[in-house]
Design a binder for this molecule. Structure first.
Ligand SMILES: [Zn+2]
Length: 111
C-alpha cells in the first residue's frame, strides 16, 4: 500500500471543521468540508508531560481524501484516554493512527 498523499486543510475548511465544536465533546467521524464524506477523524495526545501547563496536539484528517491538520492547544477540561500512549513517536504516523480507528482502538474516550 502506498502512503496517502496528505494535503493541508484550507483556511475555509478549517473554519468549517470548527463549526462542529470541539472534538472531545462529540468524538465521532465528521463530514469532510473538502470531499463530503463522513470521514474526518481526530486523535489527541499530550505533547510533553507538564501538569501545570498541559498542551495537547490534535491531529485531524479525512480518511477519504487525506486532508490533514495538526494543532497544539490547551487540553480539554475533561480527562481522556490515550490508547496509543507508549507507542514510539515514529509509530504515531497518520497511516498507523488511521488504522487504529479502523480497528476500533480510536476514537479515544473523553470525560
Ligand atoms: Zn475528505
Amino acid at each position: 500500500m502506498t502512503a496517502p498523499q496528505l494535503s493541508p486543510w484550507t483556511a475555509e475548511e478549517s473554519a468549517e471543521l470548527r463549526k462542529d465544536g470541539p472534538f472531545w465533546r462529540h468524538p465521532v467521524e465528521r463530514k469532510c468540508p473538502n470531499c463530503g464524506h463522513v470521514a474526518v477523524r481526530t486523535y489527541m495526545f499530550y505533547s510533553v508531560p507538564d501538569p501545570v501547563h498541559p498542551r495537547v496536539i490534535s491531529k485531524t484528517w479525512c480518511a477519504s481524501c487525506w486532508r490533514f491538520g495538526s494543532w497544539t492547544s490547551d487540553g480539554p477540561p475533561v480527562p481522556f484516554t490515550d490508547p496509543l500512549d507508549g507507542e514510539e513517536p515514529v509509530n504515531r504516523k497518520l497511516e498507523f493512527i488511521n488504522k487504529q480507528w479502523d480497528k476500533g482502538v480510536l476514537p479515544q474516550k473523553f470525560g
